[in-house]
Write a protein that binds this ligand. Structure first.
Ligand SMILES: *Cc1c(COP(=O)(O)O)cnc(C)c1O
Length: 219
C-alpha cells in the first residue's frame, strides 16, 4: 500500500519537486516500506522521535525537521538533521549554528513564513523575514545555510483561499531571491493540497497521510 501510494504521488509531481515523506507517529516498519520503494527523504515533527528513528534506520536517509522547533532540542539532532523547515527567529538560527559547529556541520534551514489566515499558525510575516535575512549578524553564522522558505496554508477546502496563500508566498519568495541568490527551496503543500501548491510554485512538498495513511491521533 505504502509503495503504491508513493508511486502514485511520484507520478503526479514534476521532477524538480522534492517529496518529503512525513512519517511522524508512524513505526519504523512503515518507514522501511517506503525506503524499500526508493524513498530517502523523511520528515518528522518531534526531535526525539526523529532521533530514535535515525538511530534505528538506514544511514542514507535524509531527515527533515518539519515541526515547530524548541531551541533546547536542537542539540539532539544537530549531528544528523539534513534540513530544518520551521525556523522563525534569529535566536533559533544562533542555536542551530552553535550545535552544528560542534559537529563541524553546516545545517540547512528554511524560514517559516506565516501565510495562513488562522491565528494558530507559527511563522514570520514577510517583513519579519526581510528583516531577519538582512541582518548583518547572520553572516557570522558559518554553520547554517538558509536555503529557502516554508509555509503552511490554512486548514480549509477553499481552493481559492489556498491558491491565494500559496501564490502570495511564491511572489514573495521570487522577490527575495533577487537579493539572495542562494535561495532555491520553497516548501509548501501537504497531502490535501500539494498539487495546488506545486501549481503555485512549490519546490518541496511534505506529504504524510497520503503515503502512510491517516494518523491515529492529532499532533
Ligand atoms: C504533519 C505535517 C505534514 C503532513 O501532513 P499530511 O496532511 O499528513 O500530509 C506536513 N507539514 C507539517 C509541518 C506537518 O506537521
Amino acid at each position: 500500500m505504502i509503495a503504491e501510494n508513493l508511486r502514485h504521488i511520484k507520478n503526479n509531481i514534476p521532477k524538480h519537486v522534492t517529496l518529503v515523506a512525513v512519517s511522524k507517529t508512524k513505526p519504523t516498519t512503515a518507514i522501511l516500506d517506503a525506503y524499500t520503494a526508493g524513498q530517502r527523504i523523511f520528515g518528522e515533527n518531534k526531535v526525539q522521535e526523529m532521533a530514535t528513528k535515525h538511530d534505528e534506520l538506514p544511514k542514507d536517509i535524509q531527515w527533515h525537521m518539519i515541526g515547530h522547533l524548541q531551541r533546547n532540542k536542537v542539540k539532539y539532532m544537530a549531528h544528523f538533521v539534513h534540513l530544518i523547515h520551521g525556523v522563525d527567529s534569529f535566536k533559533t538560527l544562533k542555536e542551530i549554528n552553535k550545535q552544528a559547529k560542534k559537529h563541524q556541520r553546516v545545517i540547512n534551514c528554511l524560514l517559516q513564513a506565516r501565510i495562513a489566515k488562522e491565528e494558530t499558525k507559527f511563522g514570520l510575516s514577510f517583513s519579519d523575514i526581510n528583516e531577519l535575512i538582512s541582518l548583518e549578524e547572520l553572516s557570522a553564522l558559518k554553520n547554517i545555510k538558509i536555503i529557502g522558505l516554508m509555509g503552511m496554508a490554512t486548514f480549509t477546502e477553499d481552493q481559492e483561499q489556498l491558491k491565494q496563500e500559496f501564490s502570495s508566498l511564491k511572489v514573495f519568495f521570487d522577490t527575495l531571491k533577487e537579493d539572495f541568490l542562494s535561495l532555491d527551496t520553497l516548501s509548501m503543500g501537504m497531502s490535501g493540497d500539494y498539487p495546488l501548491a506545486i501549481e503555485n510554485g512549490s519546490t518541496m512538498v511534505r506529504v504524510g497521510s497520503a503515503i502512510f495513511g491517516a494518523r491515529n491521533y492529532i499532533v
